[in-house]
Ligand binder design. Structure first.
Ligand code: ZN
Length: 299
């Protein structure tokens, strides 16, 4: 079914954007109805207007060379099981359809589960300001906290006070383990890139600790300079941005650009952006709109 959405925004003084969106074909037309300049400064702001652009959980077949991601995506061993990326424990029921899965070995699969459990319990404790299961808002996490008093106690012991506010001192290695696993999963599934070696860059933090400008850059859609693995799912997700503007003489000028937007796995719970600029891999993840992470290889 063909659908056309038209939105009109005035988000920069003197500018009006008329956005025509063809959902099925993922084409986006932006007409600059007024204004005289179209430069990169517009693009970091686009994400909030592009959220409606398409069902980003649409499933694509991997058309890249399958040999690239043979074996367990974490250790290269025999892939005797499959792993959801992201893990279901990071999401709420009902789970999104088309959750990505990657091949991995049983041993790797098992090795992450305790750290994932720790991470989701810590995150909810931070968001709710307490380890008391009755105060934990996610039902699935509340159940884990009720069934695992030792885990609850461990998190409770890490509780402290900073500037009069409740804070928890995280077990960094366990959190890094979870985030690196997620990043490797997205790189394999979306980019057809096995990233088993240690990353060249790893950063994670609450999103709010970034300045406003840093948050805008982090949250921006990505406009690739060069393209990554041909046929990868990420390449199939590329969207077209076409801008028409009037020059000083009133003549229309067309500018076309390709970009990858964030993939919203579940609203307000999990989103990520996968970037492959000719082998420079960057994965950005935001969990519960609170915890952010960036992992990169090949820089
Ligand atoms: Zn493995």
């Amino acid at each position: 079914m063909f659908q056309l959405f038209v939105f009109q925004f005035s988000f920069i003084s003197g500018w009006t954007l008329l956005i025509k969106l063809c959902a099925n074909h993922q084409l986006l037309f932006i007409n600059l109805a007024s204004g005289s300049r179209a430069d990169g400064s517009l693009f970091p702001s686009l994400r909030k207007y592009l959220l409606v652009s398409s069902n980003t959980m649409d499933q694509f077949d991997n058309l890249a060379d399958n040999r690239l991601i043979r074996g367990c995506i974490y250790c290269g061993g025999l892939p005797d099981t499959r792993d959801h990326v992201p893990s279901k424990c990071l999401l709420e029921q009902p789970y999104p359809t088309n959750l990505p899965v990657v091949g991995c070995c049983d041993s790797c699969n098992q090795s992450f589960s305790k750290d994932e459990q720790y991470f989701i319990c810590l995150l909810e404790s931070v968001l709710c300001g307490s380890t008391d299961p009755e105060k934990i808002s996610r039902p699935s996490v509340r159940r884990i906290m009720e069934k695992s008093p030792a885990l609850r106690q461990r998190i409770e012991k890490s509780k402290t006070e900073v500037n009069g506010q409740i804070a928890f001192i995280p077990e960094i290695e366990r959190i890094n383990n979870v985030m690196l696993k997620l990043a490797r999963g997205h790189a394999a599934f979306e980019l057809s890139q096995p990233c088993r070696n240690e990353p060249d860059h790893f950063w994670c933090s609450p999103l709010l600790l970034l300045s406003q400008e840093e948050q805008e850059n982090f949250n921006a859609a990505h406009f690739p300079h060069v393209f990554g693995e041909v046929g990868s799912r990420n390449m199939q997700r590329l969207q077209v941005l076409q801008m028409t503007r009037l020059d000083e003489n009133g003549k229309e000028q067309n500018i076309g650009m390709l970009f990858n937007d964030w993939i919203d796995v579940q609203d307000d719970r999990y989103r990520f952006l996968a970037i492959d600029d000719m082998g420079q891999i960057v994965i950005r993840i935001v969990i519960a709109e609170y915890f952010a992470c960036e992992v990169a290889w090949g820089l």
